[in-house]
Design a protein around this ligand. Sequence first.
Ligand code: ZN
Length: 228
Amino acid sequence: MREGLLEIFQKAYNELRPGSSLPELKIEFFAFTNVNNTIRLRNGRLLVRLSDLLEGAPPSVLRAIAHILLAKMYRRPIDRGQATRYRRYVASHDIVRKAHLVRQMRGRKRLRPARGHVYDLDAIFEELNTRFFHGLMARPRMSWSHTKTRRILGHYDPAHNAIIISRIFDHFTVPRYVVEYIVYHEMLHLKHPVKLRGSRRCVHPAEFQAEEKLFPHAAQANAFLKRL
Ligand SMILES: [Zn+2]
């Protein structure tokens, strides 16, 4: 473990939950293609995974991410200053360039722009990011499909770090919540990565499905999709 990181999490924990003691903590850096960071509690132990793109981050940014993850874990309000500090760092040139290099190394793909005739997928992603993911998810490339497929509504392509949504939904007769629901589904795939590589299977474990139901218009969206 990186020197000082444990102390940073310890301090952030004490600020959020004074008087209670920090569970056993394990922090790992992971080669996420985008800047995702996760925290979960397993058997009384906190598992923290940080994107390796944060490995060289200054202590102030690591303090911010420790605060954000722990606040999320224990359902405490996220300090605005910390959130801003973290977002600024992620958006900074260094990180953008590194993320870009990682993507380049994983190959190129001809993608259509995120802005369609009716809907802008980048805007939809960012809105959902704020509403459901504490703004913690790094936006992959967002793209409308080349063909108007009904068979695949949307998919996440890890090789190109891209979410591709079927172009049939970029139409004024499609309610916005339907597009949001499909993007939300793909964002959950980012959050719950499939272990099998190169598999075409779409895996939705129980926690994925439970989280998908949190989308307020899930029932209406599903009804619309059935009528497609
Ligand atoms: Zn899926």
